[in-house]
Design a protein around this ligand. Structure first.
Ligand code: PEP
Length: 251
């Protein structure tokens, strides 16, 4: 039985003051017990968030980590071992904003996925198609390739300690959400791809949906059989909305 998970990606949002307010809001929430809740603040505020959420069942993750797990000469990057030392347990890998805006390649994100696990973090691998790819009928091919390149490089067992987030690029931050059936179809294809390699891994790995999830659409999305929770961007910056999404995942 997979535990549902709701993770908030704060992206490049926040100041010390607004993060402090968000912590107060998160502390005031009544969170469902059956859901793993996590937040991914900007790296600058990870310490503040970990201190502020002490005692709360909320994991903290990083939005990015270096291609190597150990400290070293890599200006501007953070090693997974440093993030783990700071109290992180998770890290996003391959978010579409990093693939598209930063130009992160499959090779780089495979190295980051490996380094994350070496450093004791659970990678959350993000995959998803653009609007053009969906309109060209290439969704399953694109997502299959993104996932397949990691399986091919690292082997299926790498997913024993990993989470996968399906995030259609056209739904991220746009207010457009995949319908529950559209999301389910891709999630089912992802699980079938894993299943072809290892049935136990396929049944255990959590598949999150991300892309304009709000409290108003969360129940229907999370009700689909292969959707095990959500990766939430904009809506996670509002503690009450985020709490409502967490409760939707607990239903
Ligand atoms: C995200 O960036 O991971 C995301 C899902 O964003 P939003 O919820 O704002 O679409």
């Amino acid at each position: 039985m997979r535990r549902t998970m709701v993770a908030g990606n704060w992206k490049m949002h926040g100041t010390r003051a607004s993060v402090a307010e968000l912590i107060v809001g998160l502390r005031a929430l009544s969170l469902p017990t059956g859901v793993d809740v996590a937040v991914f603040p900007p790296s600058l505020y990870i310490g503040q968030v970990i201190d502020g959420l002490q005692g709360l069942p909320v994991a903290v993750g990083a939005q990015n980590a270096a291609v190597q797990s150990k400290q070293g000469a890599l200006t501007g990057e953070l090693a997974s071992t440093q993030l783990q030392d700071a109290g992180c347990t998770l890290v996003l890998v391959g978010h579409s904003e990093r693939r598209q805006i930063i130009g992160e390649t499959d090779a780089a994100l495979i190295a980051k996925f490996t380094a994350a696990q070496e450093g004791g973090l659970t990678p959350v691998l993000c995959v998803g198609e653009t609007l053009e790819e969906r309109e060209a009928g290439k969704t399953l091919e694109v997502v299959g390739h993104q996932l397949g390149s990691v399986i091919e490089a690292l082997g299926i067992k790498a997913f024993v300690n990993a989470v996968i987030a399906y995030e259609p690029v056209w739904a991220i931050g746009t207010g457009l959400t995949a319908t529950p059936q559209q999301a389910q179809d891709v999630h089912a294809a992802i699980r079938a791809q894993l299943q072809a390699e290892d049935a136990d891994v396929a049944q255990a790995v959590r598949l999150l949906y991300g892309g304009s999830v709000k409290a108003a659409n969360a129940v229907e999305l999370f009700g689909m059989p292969d959707i095990d929770g959500g990766l939430i961007g904009g809506a996670s910056l509002n503690a009450d909305e985020f709490g409502a999404i967490c409760r939707a995942a607990g239903n």
